[in-house]
Design a protein around this ligand. Structure first.
Ligand code: FES
Ligand code: FE2
Length: 430
């Protein structure tokens, strides 16, 4: 249970809020590279941390993320013409470059033109391509951190796949679903047997056989390591270790030789977020079958309403709930697909769940520690200017792991280096 004021502190990320200030310390995903496929392509609306912005790619291939609204009289630049190294407002022709600098006011006499332009600059943020994602940093330019080092964004392109989907709830309840691995034995039990990106791993049998998960949560430099322990063969435990790196990066423990996957949750505003879902294999290209399964919405990905990033299964159609499949046990909840099983339940809690009413139990220990860590970091930043965990790129070099260990060994000792990125080495998985 949380006090209402703490719930508000952790869930509000607009300009001027303490959690908003914390999100503005990090490089965060702004959009997928595929959304700006070529020079001078159409601009894209991007709402992040409750700020309305426009992303575009100019004639030289430079990326820009600027205020959505023209400085003249506030028209949306989504209607703009992307031409000759800038975005031109279609109302009266004012033009802006990728830094938001106004470079042309065609109606003004030449004599006043350059001095007037020089005074007009829209808010802008850097936009940098790394892997399948365009990243932005919305904080103070004087304290821009090093570029992100997440392994999924840095492996060769043929080893990775990233998608995104609109999720209609606050970022924190989506994140809390990501670090609550006790739900896997229930909600996703059908998928462990059938999903092409999950099935066949030896570890799945332990998952399905032991539903009484024991959690051990350990602090890491960037966030937490959440260990979920189930019984394995005589004298052994099966451990699934999920790293969470602040503010909202998680990596799901792998299964067999399947690629590793995970999520990044980025606030659109306080009642909506983007779920970025990545899959990558540290040492081999994804197979054609794996890539096809991902584009078809298996694993952590989903199918879309055509032409959008809204899931095809969404709250307007009750996520295409199939009660017969629920009864037969094909899927535990009746909703198809791991990602929409998660999203359907997380959205069902309402846009911002009332945490003053919840009743937490032992399997929620990861969630409890994550909230405490976020809260402490928000206050340390607000009161003392302390840079939060996860900004330092060393904190980002993490991996999840799934291992079988002797009963007397801690997961931290048993995994050792397997919880860090080891370039050229496979992930630890059973
Ligand atoms: S409103 Fe944009 S040029 Fe006038
Ligand atoms: Fe889930």
């Amino acid at each position: 249970m949380l006090k209402q004021e703490i719930n508000e502190l952790l869930t509000q990320t607009g300009p001027g809020t303490p959690m908003g200030a914390m999100f503005r310390q990090y490089w965060i995903p702004a959009l997928l590279t595929e959304e700006l496929p070529e020079n001078d392509c159409p601009p894209v609306r991007v709402k992040l941390l409750s700020e309305r912005l426009i992303a575009f790619r100019d004639s030289e291939g430079r990326y820009g993320l600027i205020d959505e609204f023209c400085a003249h009289r506030g028209v949306s630049l989504w209607f703009g013409r992307n031409e000759e190294s800038g975005l031109r407002c279609t109302y009266h022709g004012w033009k802006y470059d990728v830094t938001g600098q106004c470079v042309e006011i065609p109606s003004e006499p030449a004599i006043r033109h350059s001095s007037l332009c020089a005074k007009i600059k829209l808010t802008s943020y850097p936009l940098v391509k790394i892997g399948d994602v365009l990243w932005t940093y919305m904080g103070d330019p004087r304290t821009t951190p090093d570029l992100p080092q997440w392994e999924f964004a840095h492996v060769p392109a043929e080893q990775a796949y990233t998608s995104k989907r609109w999720q209609e709830c606050n970022w924190l309840q989506a994140l809390e679903g990501g670090i609550d691995s006790s739900h896997v034995s229930w909600l996703h039990s059908g998928g462990l047997k059938t999903d092409p990106l999950f099935k066949g791993a030896r570890g799945n049998a332990y998952n399905l056989a032991d539903r009484k998960v024991f959690f051990e949560v350990v602090e890491s430099e960037g966030g937490l390591l959440i260990g979920a322990r189930r019984n394995a063969e005589e004298g052994h435990y099966y451990w699934r270790i999920t790293p969470w790196v602040m503010p909202s990066f998680t990596m799901i423990p792998p299964r067999g030789d399947h690629p590793i996957h995970g999520h990044f949750w980025i606030p659109i505003d306080d009642e909506n977020c983007w779920t970025y879902s990545y899959d990558y294999h540290p040492v081999r290209p994804l197979s054609a079958a794996e890539r096809q399964a991902m584009t078809e919405g298996h694993g952590v990905h989903c199918e879309y309403v055509p032409g959008t990033y809204r899931p095809l299964q969404n709250k307007d159609n009750d996520y295409l709930m199939d009660r017969a499949a629920q009864k037969r046990g094909d899927t535990y909840s009746g909703v198809k697909g791991i990602s929409m099983q998660d999203a359907s339940l997380q959205e069902s809690m309402g846009p911002i769940v009332d945490r003053t009413k919840e009743r937490l139990v032992s399997t929620d220990s990861g969630i409890i520690m994550a909230r405490r860590k976020l809260w402490r970091a928000v206050e340390a930043l607000r009161d003392e200017g302390v840079r939060p965990p996860g900004v330092d790129v060393a904190h980002q070099m993490v991996r999840s792991a799934a291992v079988v260990l002797p009963k007397d060994q801690s997961f931290v000792d048993g995994c050792g280096d397997a919880l860090r990125v080891r370039p050229g080495e496979k992930h630890a998985s059973v």
